[in-house]
Design a protein around this ligand. Structure first.
Ligand code: NDP
Length: 237
């Protein structure tokens, strides 16, 4: 029997990149998996066909829409909030509207989704939010707004772990360093700069991040909560 057989999982933002790898891994580990997507309908459908997961469109900036998806799924065992965007650039030049939308997706979205999911989650459930090593360390200019969203994830993880601990529900964040996705391609212009901060100088592959998520939502991690789990090649060391 696979480790997650009989578990009901929801991944927010699963159509591409790290989220798609998490969907693949949870489905392969036996979870009955649903994932949301924002704009990538074709990629979402292809992933659903490949994995047997269900998919539904929901903008993670819209907490009412995401709340409805969560309510429709009923009692979950696993929530993974992966949807996130990176608005990077000189603070004096960034479009404030883009910054506010990033805060909606990266901060308001995970908080409300975690609370909504916990309302109807089974005891012993698992909540994982994908943060970033930039929640700990922002070693170059242009990342203040993005970093603030990922530092906010740390605070909500610590607090929500306290709120839901009496039900055995764990709340953790996974903090990747550079990962090879559309958001941060391993052959992109930031490659050399990013690798200069790392002990192991390469981008991670999305499947490596999914492996850490699989551990946190699996049976061996019932006592792991309120913590930030970096997987970053030493970027934050
Ligand atoms: P990608 O841009 O490759 O993929 C982002 C995923 O999130 C897509 O499936 C996208 O769906 C979904 N998404 C984004 N915005 C929304 C939205 N408003 N509503 C619903 N879904 C949304 O990013 P990554 O895979 O690289 O990043 C995933 C997470 O990992 C993010 O939280 C990011 O901050 C974090 N991270 C990434 C790092 C990296 O180096 N790649 C490093 C550290 C953290 P769709 O296309 O359908 O809109």
């Amino acid at each position: 029997m696979a480790t997650l057989t009989g578990k009901k999982a929801l991944v927010l933002g699963g159509s591409r990149g790290i989220g798609a790898a998490i969907v693949e891994r949870l489905a392969a580990d036996g979870a009955e998996t649903t994932f949301t997507y924002g704009g990538s309908a074709e990629a979402a459908q292809a992933l659903a066909d490949k994995t047997g997961a269900k998919t539904v469109q929901a903008d993670s900036a819209d907490r009412v829409a995401v709340g409805k998806v969560i309510a429709d799924r009923g009692a979950l065992d696993i929530l993974v909030v992966n949807a996130g965007v990176g608005v990077l650039g000189p603070a004096l030049e960034l479009d404030p509207k883009a910054v506010d939308r990033m805060i909606d997706i990266n901060v308001r979205g995970p908080y409300h989704a975690a609370v909504d999911a916990a309302r109807q989650m089974h005891d012993g459930g698992r909540i994982v939010i994908i943060g970033s090593v930039n929640g700990d360390r922002m070693p170059f200019p242009g990342g203040a707004a993005y970093a603030l969203t990922k530092s906010a994830v740390q605070g909500m993880v610590r607090g929500l772990a306290r709120d839901f601990g009496d039900r055995g529900i764990t709340v953790n964040s996974v903090q990747p360093g550079p990962v090879n996705t559309d958001l941060n391609p391993e052959d992109g212009p930031m490659k050399e700069l990013m690798h200069s901060f790392m002990a192991i100088k390469r981008h991670a592959q999305p499947e490596e991040i999914a492996g850490m998520v699989a551990y946190l939502v699996g049976p061996e991690a019932a006592i792991v909560t309120g913590a930030q789990h970096s997987i970053d090649g030493g970027f934050g060391a």
